[in-house]
Write a new protein. Structure first.
Ligand code: ATP
Ligand code: ZN
Length: 304
């Protein structure tokens, strides 16, 4: 049960995901919600697909674009930041794109941001001219600096970028940020966002012609359904019948709601599949407009 089968003529689809780290569990959970199940090898590097001929290879996220480019894996789940950085370095090296983003996956959200010491009075990007900026994303940073016409020194660090200013290795940093807590703990503040990222499904630049192409299509269809379900909620409430024209405009992202008349046709019971975020604020708005017994339910399955 090793992944060492020849690349050409493979009849099973192989997906690379992060072995451990931020994207590992959500990636497996998403694929499982597409009906995939696996048997794990003893070394925990390979998972053999049981429900479908779709196997997993568990690797470091940085290796995923290369594995796709070399044809060792057919698909990968990786941060857009890693994919774009390696795509740019491929272009810089003259080898061109050999992988591409097929589908954003709605988890692992973060941004690549420039952060400066708290003590700086920040005005604009021109303050970075002539400064040393530490990063693990030299291509994305250099591209952005060139676009802005700023000349700065890019200091490449593979990890612990946020302590570089305190160690005197750099004046500012360019790193991934989600909550900003790590930056704050290092007396840094984010001042510019260069790039918005999330986990994406990546695949080869060219289409797969053999049976793997069909498996990929099947998986993409299931992913589309799984992602739509994740974003969807069933909203239910009751209200006096005459309030329907007031309530309907408050449901802009709902599919055609089902409305039933109850209580001798005096009142209505409404259920609607909503695709946007059903925030407390939205529910309170509906309540103010006369809706009662508001209920939001998760959707387990959806077949149009
Ligand atoms: P590996 O051992 O696989 O190389 P890693 O340390 O490079 O792991 P993680 O820290 O697990 O990677 O991050 C994986 C991805 O999670 C990032 O490339 C990015 O897309 C996403 N991510 C989301 N939020 C953050 C964050 N606050 N910091 C870093 N990455 C984040
Ligand atoms: Zn990594």
């Amino acid at each position: 049960m090793t992944p060492a089968t020849p690349v050409a003529g493979r009849d099973r689809l192989r997906i690379a995901i992060q072995k451990s780290g931020r994207l590992a569990e959500p990636a497996r959970a998403l694929l499982a919600s597409c009906g995939l199940s696996w048997r794990e090898s003893r070394d925990r590097l390979f998972c053999y697909g049981e429900s479908l001929p779709i196997d997993l290879l568990l690797v470091r996220d940085d290796d995923i674009p290369g594995l796709i480019a070399e044809g060792v894996c057919d698909l990968g789940i990786v941060g857009r930041n890693v994919l774009c950085e390696q795509d740019l370095s491929g272009k810089v090296n003259g080898s061109g794109a050999r992988f591409r983003e097929l589908q954003p996956l709605g988890f692992g959200g973060c941004r690549l941001a420039v952060a400066v010491p708290d003590s700086w009075t920040w005005r604009d990007a021109s303050q970075l001219a002539g400064k040393r900026i530490a990063t693990s994303y030299p291509q994305l940073l250099s591209k952005w600096l060139a676009e802005q016409g700023i000349e700065a020194q890019v200091v490449l660090l593979s990890g612990s970028v946020e302590i570089a200013p305190r160690l005197g290795q750099a004046d500012a940093i360019c790193d991934l940020v989600s909550s900003g807590a790590t930056l704050a703990a290092n007396q840094l503040k984010p001042v510019l966002t260069l790039f918005e990222s999330e986990a994406v499904l990546a695949g080869p630049a060219a289409e797969l012609e053999d049976v793997r192409g069909e498996l990929m299509e099947l998986l993409l269809r299931r992913l589309d359904g799984a992602l739509r379900i994740r974003r969807s909620k069933l909203l239910m409430f009751q209200a006096p019948r005459e309030l329907l024209p007031t309530l309907l405009p408050l449901l802009p992202d709902a599919e055609a709601p089902t409305v039933m008349l109850i209580d001798g046709e005096e009142r209505l019971a409404l259920q609607a599949l909503c695709h946007g975020a059903l925030t407390w604020q939205r529910l309170e708005e509906l309540k103010r407009a006369g809706a009662r017994g508001l209920m939001v339910l998760p959707v387990e399955g959806l077949l149009a």
